[in-house]
Design a protein around this ligand. Structure first.
Ligand code: ADP
Ligand code: MG
Length: 241
């Protein structure tokens, strides 16, 4: 369970990114965080992860300390990730074991077995020895999800994982996330494309600096909330922001 109570985030340039956010989110779930550009979606994930300072309180499973953070796997928005870094797919996925194994420790055979299993799950096993720089956007995103799998986290946060990827990769990622939800995980996804919202998410957090709505998708994915978050333009341009 994730609880935000009176959460505010102001960046150093005095940009108020989030104002008075209050919600509680009970897993297992695949929850979408939606809202226009600059709505504070990425900031919300970073505040929960304590990457960005906030006021107010955030609890993960009842705990406001950093104790739970190693149980959270996180993939940043793609623009923030260095694709050209010279490591192989196998090495990249193995980085997910570090919260458990510790940095610079040797991986055990069972860790490598986890790496291979995770790559099979996202159907990237044939690419195990490739450089990550050789992958397509969708293949790379699948590898990043495999890295989350080996982390064996209870919480998985993905920031715009579907931007610029092929539809097969998108389907494989969603299939994998549904399996993870069925296994009890809490998954938060910052998402852009409103056309898939009903299909992908069981709960939504709709943001526009403030919390516009939170709850089961069928209840909150409604015209009033979307107008409040995106303004009139949303219905003019067909939902792209
Ligand atoms: P979203 O992910 O919904 O597009 P962000 O959370 O990235 O929005 O950003 C929310 C607001 O905070 C925007 O106005 C953005 O320009 C600003 N912002 C984000 N990161 C920083 C930062 N590191 N320093 C200053 N302002 C930031
Ligand atoms: Mg963002």
């Amino acid at each position: 369970m994730i609880i935000c109570r009176n959460v505010h985030v102001a960046y150093q340039n005095h940009v108020m990114a989030l104002e008075d956010i209050n919600f509680s989110l009970q897993g297992p779930t695949i929850t979408g965080i939606i809202g226009p550009n600059g709505a504070g979606k990425s900031t919300l994930l970073k505040a929960i992860l304590k990457i960005t300072p906030h006021t107010g309180e955030i609890f993960i499973n009842g705990d406001a300390t950093k104790k739970w953070l190693k149980r959270v796997a996180y993939v940043e928005q793609k623009s923030a990730i260095d694709f050209t870094f010279p490591i192989t797919v196998k090495e990249c996925v193995s980085l997910g074991t570090y919260p458990a194994v510790g940095l610079f420790r040797r991986l055990k055979r069972s860790n490598w077995a986890d790496v291979e299993r995770a790559l099979r799950t996202v159907r990237m096993e044939a690419f195990i020895n490739r450089q990550i720089s050789e992958l397509s956007g969708g293949q790379f995103q699948r590898v990043l999800l495999a890295r989350c799998l080996v982390q064996k986290a209870d919480f998985i946060f993905l920031d715009e994982p579907f931007v610029g990827i092929d539809s097969i990769s998108e389907q494989i990622i969603m299939q994998t996330l549904r399996q993870l939800k069925n296994a009890g995980k809490t998954i938060l996804i910052v998402h852009h494309d409103l056309s898939k919202v009903g299909q992908y998410f069981d709960q939504l957090v709709i943001l526009n600096k403030q919390l516009v709505a939170v709850g089961p998708t069928e209840r909150v994915f409604q015209k009033e909330s979307l107008l409040q978050a995106y303004g009139e333009n949303i219905f003019v341009d067909g939902g792209n922001d």
